[in-house]
Design a binder for this molecule. Structure first.
Ligand SMILES: Nc1ncnc2c1ncn2[C@@H]1O[C@H](COP(=O)(O)OP(=O)(O)OP(=O)(O)O)[C@@H](O)[C@H]1O
Ligand SMILES: [Mg+2]
Length: 606
């Protein structure tokens, strides 16, 4: 997928792509004043750069000659004197440095400001994307794509645009000056140098194609490396080291082959350039020398040297253009990608509900049918009816893959229903403002993910402005306070990559504290205590029991002992409700539930 995108991007961007990429101008607009000043400095420094070959030529060719030189004919300053030329050169360098300084500083400023705005918008777009977006896009790929695109745009805004302009400027102005010095010599030069340059461009394209292939292959081998290291404990447990080394070796062997092949072509390219470019230069010099010779020379030797300097400058500019052109094309692709993320509809645009009814905790599922959007051939839920009254506790049980977590996702309005309806206090979920709804809910998910940061920050996620007392009370209620206190830094302990690696049960308790702090109307616990040992589970269970008072709770549990007191237990089987009722009723029914309970009691006694 990533490979395909890269390949697409290398092609010439389509009209629509350019149209979309133009969205970037909106981001440049606030800084246009600064940007224009940057361009002024760019033009100034590029112009000053064009005086350099002239002065160098005059310096090198300042011997006597009968013909009047270009300097004489421009007649601004008397350039016959070597020291005058040297002083002029130093003045030129001084100006150049000042212009360049401001150009770099201003372009960097504009770039960084623009990028900050783009980054901000892209991030806020991404977090507002509907769940389905994250099912369709791999998170790793998404982040690396966005950051690669941003780097690409950064590079181009900061330097490539300026350089590209400078080269074009050098070529155009260069041709004019060359024609002014000697149109005859200019014609000879133009007949040879651009031809060589164009052949070089075609050659270069071919070589780039080869190295692109090698790059894609390198990315592939990197992903083998990454996956192996990320799953290193699995690799070791299955003693798969050698298998991975073999896979990696195959990949890098191929890379080597590709790179050696492209090295061969690069070698041919270099020798071609050396031979032809120098050949062309010698041709021009030869003709030029002929023109400065004889009793009646048509060219002053100082101008001849200027001519050569301009030719060298132009040659360099022409050969730099194709690379920059490719970079700019790539940037258009990158910009288009970023803009397409920024312009995509997020949840706030897609979910049209605007009502903010009172959410008391009464929930009704009416014949809810659901398939995940990217797998709509499989019906995960097939006509679910649930009726939850305010402040009730209901439990969902059933085998793995039955659809329990899916019901939790639908309660949070992560996905649109295929059929049927969900109502909160009689209002259809699709008409309720999604943020309003979620503000009344808290979930302790099946797989707890903590953010990099302190334990405090992670608990505060439930309620941004909670007081110290509230945090501690929540941590205590979740039975987490004891282990938090055992860390030297307490609540400030960093979790995750650069901090303490918490155990599964500790993470769960932090997630519970987070939910307690939020004090929601509707609480969803998806296997909230599954990672705890029996003793801790008992403690947390007690805490949760008191937490469930005065709010609607939906508990998903495998361990049935934890849901005995629920107001209603729903047994989900293959996306349907197999049976429902209170614990005692279900036991009396002698159905699926009672069998499950029997099994678990037997296990417990085994
Ligand atoms: N994001 C998704 N995209 C597509 N299919 C999914 C997605 N999440 C779950 N499913 C499918 O939906 C079905 C129900 O999954 P769900 O997670 O609701 O099961 P569960 O009852 O919570 O199971 P468990 O007890 O193992 O947590 C499964 O068949 C699963 O493959
Ligand atoms: Mg689940």
């Amino acid at each position: 997928m990533a490979k395909k995108r890269n390949a697409e991007r290398a092609e010439r961007p389509s009209k629509e792509a350019i149209q979309r990429a133009k969205g970037i101008f909106k981001y440049l607009r606030p800084y246009r004043g600064m940007f224009v000043i940057g361009w002024v400095f760019l033009v100034l420094s590029a112009s000053a750069g064009m005086v350099f070959p002239f002065l160098m030529g005059q310096l090198l060719g300042s011997g006597s000659s009968a013909t009047p030189s270009m300097a004489d004919s421009i007649n601004a300053i008397d350039m016959s004197n070597v020291s005058t030329v040297v002083i002029a050169l130093f003045c030129l360098f001084a100006l150049q440095s000042i212009f360049s300084f401001f150009r770099v500083v201003i372009f960097t400023n504009v770039t960084e400001n623009t990028l900050r705005d783009i980054r901000k918008d892209a991030f806020s777009r991404l977090v507002h994307m509907p769940m389905d977006f994250f099912n369709q896009n791999k998170v790793g790929e998404l982040t690396s794509r966005v950051s690669a695109d941003i780097t690409q745009v950064q590079e181009t805004l900061r330097t490539t645009i300026a350089e590209f302009f400078r080269q074009v400027f050098t070529i155009v102005l260069g041709i004019a000056i060359l024609a002014f010095i000697s149109w005859k010599l200019a014609l000879i030069m133009l007949a040879s140098v651009p031809v060589v340059a164009i052949v070089a461009v075609i050659f270069g394209r071919f070589i780039r194609k080869l190295s692109k292939e090698a790059q894609a292959e390198t990315a592939n081998s990197n992903s083998i490396l990454e996956e192996s290291l990320m799953g290193i404990s699995n690799v070791k447990a299955f003693t798969n080291e050698m298998m991975l080394v073999r896979r990696f070796t195959t990949a890098i062997d191929y890379i080597r082959k590709l790179n050696v092949k492209s090295g061969l072509w690069r070698g041919a390219f270099v020798s071609f350039i050396i031979f032809c470019v120098f050949g062309a230069i010698v041709l021009v010099i030869w003709q030029g020398i002929l023109m400065t010779q004889g009793p009646n020379p048509s060219l002053h030797s100082a101008d001849f040297f200027s001519f050569i300097m301009y030719t060298i400058f132009m040659g360099a500019a022409i050969s730099a253009i194709p690379d920059m052109y490719a970079t700019i094309q790539k940037t258009i692709g990158a910009t288009e990608n970023l803009m397409s993320i920024i312009h995509q509809d997020g949840e706030l645009e897609l979910l049209k509900g605007e009502l903010k009814p009172e959410i008391s905790g009464a929930i009704q599922f009416k014949q809810v049918t659901f398939s995940y959007p990217q797998r709509n051939d499989i019906e995960v839920l097939k006509g679910i009816d649930l009726n939850v009254k305010k402040n009730q506790t209901i439990a969902l049980v059933g085998s793995s893959g039955a659809g329990k977590s899916t019901i939790a996702s639908l309660l949070l309005n992560y996905y649109p229903l295929t059929d049927g309806s969900i109502e909160y206090d009689g209002t259809n979920i699709s008409e309720i403002d999604v943020r309003h709804l979620r503000e009344h809910m808290a979930i302790v998910p099946q797989e707890v993910l903590l953010f990099a940061g302190s334990i405090r920050e992670n608990i505060l996620f439930g309620k941004e402005n909670a007081t110290e007392e509230e945090i501690i009370a929540a941590a205590k209620q979740a039975n987490a306070w004891e282990f938090i206190q055992s860390f030297p830094e307490g609540l400030e302990t960093a979790v995750g990559d650069r901090g303490v690696q918490l155990s599964g049960g500790q993470k769960q308790r932090i997630a519970i504290a987070r939910a307690i702090l939020k004090n929601p109307t509707i609480l969803i616990l998806d296997e909230a205590t599954s990672a705890l040992d029996s003793e801790s589970e008992k403690l947390v269970q007690d805490a949760l029991q008191s937490l469930m008072h005065n709010r609607t709770s939906i508990i998903i549990a495998h361990r049935l002992s934890t849901i005995r007191s629920a107001d209603c237990i729903y047994v989900i089987e293959g996306g349907q409700i197999a049976e429902s009722g209170k614990h005692d009723e279900l036991i009396a029914q002698q159905g699926v539930y009672s069998k499950l309970v029997q099994l678990q009691t037997m296990e417990a006694h085994a």
